[in-house]
Each structure stands twice: as C-alpha cells, then as structure tokens.
Design a protein around this ligand. Structure first.
Ligand code: THU
Length: 131
C-alpha cells in the first residue's frame, strides 16, 4: 500500500482515540510485509502510566494475530509531525531496524526510518552476545 493511503487509514484510526485526560488524539496504521494493515489509537487510563500509545496498540494487535514482520507505520497526532515516543521507538525496533516511519507534517508526509529515530538501539541481539 502506498504511504499516502496508509496515512489516511491512520487518520481514521485517530477518531477512535480514547483520551479523557489529555484530549491529545493519536492514530496509527501499521503495514505488514505481506500488505496487511493494523490500526491503533491511544487509550488513556486514569492511572496514567497504564496508558497505551497508538503505535503500540497497532503493533500489539498485529502480534496477537500472528503478524510480526512490518514494512512501515504511519502516525498522526494532534501536533504537527507527531513522532513516536521513546517507548514506542523501542517497541518498533524490536521488530526490525528497517521499518519506515511516516508522520503527518503540515507540509505533507515526513518519511524516516526507525534506525534514524533510535540509533544504536538495544535489541534482542545484545542479549545473545553475552561476554
Ligand atoms: N501518544 C501516542 O499515542 N503516541 C506517541 O508516540 C506520543 C504520545 C499519546 C499518549 C497519550 O495518550 C497522549 O498521546 C499524550 O501523551
């Protein structure tokens, strides 16, 4: 799927955001390598640490349905160019260092890559390299 279309799906998913505390809406659309799309929105909980970001909602939905290979994730939030938070970057890199990240900028889509957003990441590979 073309990234513009993927972003349109993310914008639709944003409408489902459950945000009674921040009122800051985020939507995500995750594209798998076999061209399936999983959507996510942020879900806020009164005990705020239990809140789940839109990106993680989409990824956890995909993993729970057996899909763990991703091409890209499109993200749109209430700010101009809402980039994934640090926790979501760590979750994204868990599934590959080549995943494209597309955010909704005021002048169009901004396309980057998880390796650029989280360089020198700690991954499962480190855990297999005990000295
Ligand atoms: N949020 C996301 O859903 N994704 C991000 O990458 C940034 C932050 C959500 C979490 C919370 O519901 C709201 O935005 C404000 O932090």
């Amino acid at each position: 799927m073309e990234y513009g279309k993927l972003m349109e799906v993310a914008r639709e998913a944003k409408k489902m955001a459950y945000v009674p505390y921040s009122n800051f809406r985020v939507g995500a659309a995750l594209l798998t390598k076999n061209e399936k799309v999983f959507t996510g929105c942020n879900v806020e909980i009164a005990s705020l640490g239990a809140t789940n970001c839109a990106e993680r909602t989409a990824i956890f939905k995909a993993v729970s349905e057996g899909e763990t290979e991703y091409k890209a994730i499109a993200i749109t939030g209430d700010s101009d160019s809402t980039f994934p938070c640090g926790i979501c970057r760590q979750v994204i890199v868990e599934f590959g260092d080549d995943i494209d990240i597309i955010v909704d900028g005021k002048d169009g889509l901004v396309i980057t890559n998880i390796s650029e957003l989280l360089p020198h990441s700690f991954t499962g590979k480190d855990l297999k390299e005990l000295k």
